[in-house]
Design a protein around this ligand. Structure first.
Ligand SMILES: C[S@@+](CC[C@H](N)C(=O)[O-])C[C@H]1O[C@@H](n2cnc3c(N)ncnc32)[C@H](O)[C@@H]1O
Length: 282
């Protein structure tokens, strides 16, 4: 495997935190990242977002048939194309220069990435709806919110929306010193395994918008959270929705409710809370 310090030296770069550049330099962490993929994962085409100097790309090439690496920084892209010329010539690596929030993704089978933390949420929600397994590095606090269970302090909109698409598990926490330059906070590696949620929603966009709305009032009762957030949820008649719900449920706080309950309430809200003209959409 390529030595991460050697890659940094050959690339002649120093990570720029303003561009989300924190390069992984701990060999043991780098070697473990691909191993966090679930055993059943199809490794025929791995997508890497933010390839940097290619330390992780190198480990991915060892386990995948093909890797597509997207990198925004032109200098790093030139370096990757030179450093990995043999793998590119052999048709095993494609390097794409561009903003991974906008470039079209290839038909990949799994994504393994040490993501640019500045756009963690945008990247998570570009990847999760595609229903492919992922192993992704985030800031630890963000990872904990993604994986949190109902009733914990970390549980919120991010937990419900992410767990709508996949089982989410923190598989490793990573200290600041594993990176150059070290980020300000600890990191964590998250594994996501796509699956259908255990509940049904009639309108996914409305469900996710409803969850966003009520979690702006996570410490209020559900009754007040529904009432106070109609400008976000798009519910036309909050009173009609509240009328349909159990008194016990209305007294609970959003932070204590599992995703399946939000799905049930969103279904009630669509049926009873929308003017006929807007019913079925937000
Ligand atoms: C945290 S570093 C990880 C680098 C490398 N994968 C590693 O583990 O050492 C994130 C990388 O993403 C790149 N990057 C930042 N924003 C990006 C974007 N919007 N699209 C693609 N790459 C981006 C940065 O230039 C940087 O190389």
């Amino acid at each position: 495997m390529r030595d991460p310090d050697g890659l940094l030296a050959r690339a002649g770069v120093r990570g720029n935190p303003d561009r989300d550049q924190h390069f992984l330099i701990d060999d043991r962490v780098l070697d473990r990242v691909p191993e966090h993929l679930d055993a059943d994962t199809d490794r025929s085409h791995i997508l890497e977002i933010g390839a940097g100097t290619g330390a992780l790309t190198d480990r991915l090439l060892a386990v995948a048939d093909h890797v597509t690496a997207i990198e925004q920084d032109g200098k790093l892209v030139s370096f990757l194309r030179q450093e990995f010329a043999d793998e590119i010539d052999a048709g095993r690596l494609t390097v794409i220069e561009g903003d991974a929030l906008n470039v079209e993704f290839p038909e990949y089978t799994a994504s393994v990435s040490n993501l640019p933390y500045g756009a963690s949420s945008e990247f998570a929600f570009r990847l999760l709806p595609r229903a492919k397994p992922t192993v992704l590095m985030f800031q630890r606090e963000f990872a904990e919110r993604m994986a949190a269970a109902a009733g914990t302090d970390e549980y919120g909109r991010l937990s419900v929306s992410a767990q709508h698409y996949a089982d989410i598990e923190i598989v490793e926490t990573v200290p600041r010193e594993a990176f150059s330059p070290p980020p300000e906070v600890e990191s964590a590696i998250v594994r996501t395994i796509p699956r259908e949620p255990e509940y049904e929603v009639a309108d996914e966009e409305f469900f996710l918008g409803f969850v966003t709305a009520v979690f702006t009032q996570r410490r209020k009762t559900l009754r007040n959270a529904i009432r106070n957030t109609v400008h976000i949820s798009g519910i036309d008649d909050a009173a009609a929705v509240i009328d349909q719900l159990d008194e016990d449920l209305l007294r609970r706080r959003p932070g204590k409710l599992p995703p399946s309950i939000f799905a049930e309430i969103a279904t009630v809200a669509l049926e009873y809370g929308m003017d006929p003209g807007t019913r079925g959409g937000t």
